[in-house]
Design a binder for this molecule. Sequence first.
Ligand SMILES: [Fe+2]
Ligand SMILES: [Fe+2]
Length: 228
Amino acid sequence: MAFVDELAAFQAERLAPILGAGRTALASAAPGAATPPLDTSRLDTSPLDTSLLRIALANEIQVSELAAAWMPTTRELDVKLAFARQAGDEAGHFELVADRLGALGQDLAGFAAPDNPLFQYLRSLTSTVERVAAGLVTLEAIAYGVNENFIALCEQRGDSETARIYRAYIQPDEQRHHQLGQQLIAKYAVSPDQQELARATVARVLEIASAARASAAARLGTACFPGC
Ligand SMILES: [Fe+2]
Ligand SMILES: [Fe+2]
């Protein structure tokens, strides 16, 4: 099996509980669900709980900043350009989500994304293999997966416009970022040491993201919220 396929299987296995938690939250929030929602008292009665979109906003700007920070300190030209493109795309996602929040009546003046352990860890990565494995391969896989659950939640709540924005613009980018990451990992993680480093990085990102999402889920009252 090619290393990139092996890494994808390893990642999918560790990503499954995160996506499963979102699907469970989605099912329990469905009208007429046998199990009551986790905590509906903390959710808006508006078509969509805008605090969930604010999470997306914070994630998008933080991934954009991360990719922008990595760009000048990455030597390999194709990886440098991948980070530059990712930084721009995530800035575009920020604008799309911000516009949607504005249309839902939210005032974003003074918005600031809170720092968190996941981005602290990501910023500490210095090698190209670690950065690609963490940022393009893993963060993007998480984003794509949790956004799929979030789209289903939007549709469940009747917010077809937010679902449309995710389907038409955000998800195709996240998928492309992830695929580009896989191509770059196949190219640069060639020695056993580099491959072990890639595997360890994927595991660490999923471990930190999993803990961060669990604590955010407890705060938000649902495990179904978007990524970057
Ligand atoms: Fe992305
Ligand atoms: Fe994004």
